[in-house]
Every structure is written in structure tokens, then in C-alpha cells.
Design a protein around this ligand. Structure first.
Ligand code: GLU
Length: 599
């Protein structure tokens, strides 16, 4: 008789194992789950009118909720968008500053949303209340505004929000998460956990010692097996608790999903009884993500690939809650080559990860966005070469062309892009932007620029409006070293970059002869140069380069050496934009003054 009973039990157990895919679990665990996951679900609903847990008990665990899940399911209108429209979001925690990894993600999500006439909204994930910084929301919004990034919906400042799917700040959605958690409690898909930190720690040690997987799952998920009487008792004793998911997954089963960037991916199913509501009543990231992206009707979750390993948790939550999951697209981290290795950019080691770095250097926002576009899609550069004057908005960004592993960040390339961008600006734009930069970072230079706008703009305009404009600088902080010599206030540099002719007596001789006999500010460029050549003949330098090359020994040097003397005397530099233009802008007084400084 006893034997038959045992046989029936074993038989049931096998069926149960099959149903739940628990083949590799321990017997002891099966016995517990046999009751909790198989028998109890069959019996309990009859006791509580369809619910698994008494309503009063669920109410005690998550008190004061005004609505049920149906209310929220009906609250938000269906998004009325065209087929293929991507609804995506930027979901930062307001715990610090925006970095270029965020901008990279924002470029991708914003662009794809615009391209498909979809929506890119901002959601503030502030459920970790301990890590918040003051005015965190304003900071995020301002940081990205500098890059021309705005959102279709979400907070617009610290206090206001726009959009029909809000609130867009998670701490303001506490009731919503709790309502869904309560629903899970009633469906026996969640339970309160009263385990103390010490108990969790002891469990962890035991798992390590017995070489088990770490975590709150299976038989280790001890609060899963509490009876209602025990729960009532714990509540009576005011024991703090969290709410966990009653996970029906099996680690030995595999789930697969298709990531829009990384392709098909396989993971073990999640079987951890994940925390969904923390002790402070707020949800965990995982739970909030799933509820929000369901209610806000996100079609694509585009985020950093540090979240890739959480996908099983999220897919399991979507399934348990009966929601359709979005498409995931995990972006590779911005990385850097170091010798033969590639490593992620790090806040600690790489100042260029901070957005503030670009502001301080005066690297324009459009440089960064253009560069990030280059990194995002492997075919962007080719497109840009073919369409150098087109708005980069016209490029068609695709998930398929986003790299799957590391997105290489190359500062040299970025600076080259910046040079190009600056070379295409008008002199007045450069002047204005440099002034704005200097007002923040170099007040003395700002004053000089303000007092000498005419000279500054004219100088910046030398060899600018042409098919091949000069590319002297890649950032506004480099403008000063390129034009300082035009301003008396800044002309204090005595380190002249003399080239071939270095003898000061000879230099002074050239300058004096030139000033006394050949310099005339009303000469046009051709006449001006011819006069320098004339002077060369007179002083024993070759006016004609061909002749010089034939018989260099016949000359003291050539016309290039002589004009370099004039150039260096005026600017201290051996390389400058067109000397004739510089002299025109400087004018006679300043030229005389500069020459007289050579002693
Ligand atoms: N709050 C998460 C973060 O800051 C968002 C991740 C996501 O986009 O889902 O990383």
C-alpha cells in the first residue's frame, strides 16, 4: 500500500518535473515545489474567490492603492503611429552627468525615432533614492540640450513634464508598480520576503561552500514557502519585507531572443525570485523597466550592453505579467585602443568620456555628434564623403550597421572632423563661438576679442572662404595660439621661430631695408610680392626659386627665406596664414612696432 502511494507520488513528481522542466533539481526541492507550485495553485483559488492570496493580506503588504491593473491598462491611449515607427526612450538615473556613451545611445535612439516618425521620450529612473544628486533632471536636460537633443515626451525641467504616458519620473509612479505587484501577489506570482540581510549573507556563504549558484532561487528562496499564517505573524512583528517574484523559470532551460544589434542570443532561463518591490516601496530597475516600457508602449529598448545579461530577467517578467516584450537593441560600449588591447572608456581613466571635456576644450557640439554618427554606422563615413554638405540627418541609420562588440573611439579622428567643421564656419561664427568659449574659460582672451572684433574676424577670414579653407584649429581653445600675434595685448612672446636666416644683424638689415624702401600698404598682393623679390636681388638673395635651385652657392638664400624673416618678425611664427593679408590687417604702425622689437 505504502509502496503504491510512493509510486503514485513518484509518478506525479515526474510529470511535475516534465511540466516545469525541473529535471535537474534536487528531490527535496521537488517535494517542496510539488506542493507550492502544483498542488497549492490548484486548491488555493477556491478558498479566496479566484485569488491565490487573500485580498486583505495583499492589502496589508501593499496598502492604500486606489486602482487595479485594469485601470492602468486602460489609462494610456494606444499610440497612433505608422507601421514601423520606433518608440524608444532615454532612461537615465539622475545620479551624475551625461557622458559621451549616453550621447552615443541618444544619437542612435533619437535618430531612429525621427527616421521612422516614432517617439523618443525621456524617463527618469530615480528609484535608487540614495544615489540622487541635486537638480539631477535639470542637469541631464541641459547637458543634452547643448547637443541639440530634445525629447518628444518626458520631463522638460525639474518640475514640468509633457506627454500622455506620464508621469515620466519613476518615483512618481510608485502606485502603478505596486498595483502590478499586488496583482502578482493575488495571482500567487509574487510573495513577501522577510529574509534579513544576515540570513541572505549566510545563505550566500552556504552556496559558495557547497559550490552552488549564488542567488535566491529554488529551495534557497525560503520565503517562497511561507504560509499565510506565517506571513501574518511576520507582519504582526513588524518585520521589514520586500516583494519577490515567484519565478517559475528553470535555469536548465534556454531562452533565445533576437537583439536588433547583436542578433540571436541564447541564455539560460532566469529562475531567481527577483525582487520587484524594495523595502522602501519603490520598484527595482527590472520591474520598473518592464511596467514602464509596457505602459509607455516602447517598441525598442535601446541601451548599453551592460544590460544584455539582464534580458532573461526582463523577458521572464514580461511573460509573467502577460505583456508583449519590446525589441532589445544593445549598444556596444565606446572603447579605446591601448597597444594591442581594446578597453572600454572609463570615467576614471579617460577625461574625454565626460561631456564637459569638450566644452572646456571648445570642441563644437556638432563635431561630437558627427563623430558619434561615424562610430554608430560603419557606412556613415562613405555617405558623408559623398554628401559633405548635406545635413547628417539625411543619412539613413540602421541597427544592422551598428558594431556588435566595441565601438572604437579615436580622438585623432574626432579632432580631424572638428578641423573640417571649423574650416566650414564663417569667420564671424568662429569669432562668436571662440568669444563664447573664452568668456567661460579664458577671460583675458575674451576681453581682447571683444576689444578687437574687426581685427579678429579679418584674421580668421584669411584663406577661409575658399574651396580649400585653412584647417588651423580643431577647437576654440586653439584659436588664441593661432592669432594672438595680431593683438598688441598678447604680443609678448619673444620666442621667434627663425628658420634659415638666424643672424639678428642680417634679420634687422632685411627688415630695415624693406621698411625704408619697399613697404607700401597700398600695394596689391602682386606688387607687394614683386617688391620683396626686388629687395632679394638687392641683398643677394635669389628672387627666382629655379635659379636658386640651380646654383644655391651663388646666393645668401632665397625669397622664401626673406619673406619668412618678415613673417616671423611680425608674428613670431614660421607658419601663418597669408602674410600679405596679415600685413594688411596689422597696418603700418603695428608693422613698425613689431619690427622695432627685434633687438
Ligand atoms: N536607468 C538605466 C541606466 O541608467 C536605464 C537602462 C535602460 O535603458 O533600460 O542605465
Amino acid at each position: 500500500m505504502v509502496e503504491t502511494k510512493n509510486l503514485i507520488f513518484e509518478q506525479k513528481l515526474l510529470e511535475f518535473k516534465g511540466t516545469y522542466g525541473l529535471a535537474s533539481r534536487y528531490e527535496e526541492e521537488f517535494k517542496i515545489r510539488w506542493y507550492h507550485d502544483f498542488l497549492r495553485p490548484l486548491v488555493t483559488p477556491f478558498l479566496y474567490g479566484g485569488d491565490f492570496m487573500r485580498k486583505e493580506l495583499a492589502e496589508k503588504l501593499l496598502p492604500g492603492l486606489k486602482h487595479d491593473v485594469k485601470y492602468y491598462e486602460n489609462l494610456y491611449p494606444k499610440r497612433n503611429l505608422a507601421d514601423g515607427a520606433i518608440v524608444t526612450r532615454y532612461a537615465p538615473s539622475p545620479t551624475g552627468f551625461v557622458h559621451i556613451g549616453n550621447l552615443f545611445q541618444l544619437y542612435i535612439s533619437g535618430k531612429l525615432a525621427r527616421q521612422t516618425k516614432g517617439v523618443n521620450f525621456l524617463r527618469i529612473e530615480d528609484t535608487d533614492q540614495e544615489r540622487l544628486v541635486e537638480n539631477g533632471i535639470d542637469r541631464i536636460i541641459n547637458d543634452v540640450k547643448a547637443f541639440n537633443i530634445t525629447f518628444d515626451e518626458g520631463p522638460i525641467n525639474q518640475t514640468e513634464q509633457k506627454g500622455e504616458y506620464g508621469p515620466y519620473i519613476q518615483s512618481q509612479r510608485k502606485e502603478i508598480y505596486q498595483t502590478y505587484a499586488k496583482d502578482l501577489l493575488l495571482k500567487d506570482l509574487a510573495y513577501p520576503d522577510f529574509t534579513t540581510k544576515e540570513e541572505v549573507e549566510a545563505m550566500r556563504k552556504e552556496q559558495v561552500a557547497s559550490k552552488r549558484r549564488i542567488g535566491y532561487y529554488g529551495k534557497w528562496a525560503r520565503s517562497r514557502f511561507l504560509s499565510e499564517a506565517e506571513i501574518e505573524q511576520n507582519l504582526k512583528e513588524n518585520k521589514p519585507y520586500i516583494i519577490r517574484l515567484r519565478n517559475m523559470g528553470d535555469y536548465n532551460r534556454k531562452i533565445t531572443f533576437v537583439d536588433a544589434i547583436k542578433g540571436r542570443i541564447e541564455f539560460p532561463e532566469d529562475d531567481i525570485d527577483q525582487v520587484i518591490i524594495k523595502n522602501d516601496g519603490l520598484p527595482t530597475y527590472h520591474f520598473a523597466h518592464v511596467i514602464d516600457d509596457h505602459l509607455m508602449q516602447t517598441t525598442h529598448v535601446i541601451r548599453g550592453d551592460e544590460w544584455l545579461s539582464s534580458v532573461p530577467i526582463h523577458l521572464n517578467l514580461f511573460k509573467t505579467l502577460g505583456f508583449t516584450p519590446p525589441t532589445y537593441a544593445h549598444i556596444p560600449p565606446l572603447s579605446k585602443k591601448e597597444g594591442n588591447t581594446v578597453r572600454k572608456l572609463s570615467k576614471r581613466k579617460d577625461p574625454e568620456l565626460a561631456v564637459s571635456y569638450y566644452d572646456e576644450k571648445g570642441i563644437p557640439a556638432q563635431t561630437l555628434m558627427l563623430y558619434l554618427a561615424t562610430v554608430a554606422n560603419s557606412n556613415f563615413e562613405e555617405w558623408y564623403q559623398e554628401h559633405p554638405d548635406e545635413d547628417i540627418e539625411n543619412f539613413n541609420l540602421t541597427f544592422e550597421k551598428i558594431g556588435t562588440s566595441a565601438a572604437l573611439f579615436d580622438m585623432e579622428k574626432l579632432l580631424n572632423i572638428s578641423k573640417n567643421i571649423l574650416s566650414k564656419m564663417t569667420a564671424l561664427e568662429i569669432y562668436q563661438n571662440t568669444l563664447n568659449w573664452a568668456q567661460k574659460y579664458d577671460e583675458a582672451f575674451a576681453k581682447v576679442l571683444e576689444a578687437n572684433q574687426d581685427i579678429a574676424v579679418k584674421t580668421l577670414n584669411i584663406e577661409r572662404e575658399s574651396a580649400k579653407p585653412r584647417k588651423d584649429f580643431s577647437m576654440y581653445s586653439e584659436v588664441k595660439e593661432n592669432i594672438y600675434y595680431m593683438f598688441d595685448e598678447l604680443f609678448t612672446n619673444e620666442s621667434y621661430e627663425w628658420q634659415k636666416i638666424t643672424d639678428l644683424t642680417e634679420i634687422k638689415e632685411i627688415l630695415n631695408v624693406y621698411l625704408d624702401n619697399y613697404y607700401d600698404p597700398s600695394d596689391d598682393e602682386e606688387v607687394w610680392f614683386n617688391k620683396i623679390k626686388e629687395m632679394c636681388d638687392k641683398l643677394g638673395y635669389a628672387a627666382n626659386m629655379k635659379e636658386y635651385k640651380k646654383n644655391p652657392e651663388n646666393f645668401k638664400g632665397n625669397v622664401a627665406d626673406v619673406s619668412t624673416v618678415i613673417r616671423v618678425a611680425l608674428t613670431t611664427k614660421a607658419r601663418t596664414p597669408n602674410l600679405y593679408d596679415i600685413m594688411q590687417i596689422l597696418g603700418t604702425e603695428k608693422i613698425k612696432d613689431r619690427f622695432s622689437k627685434i633687438k
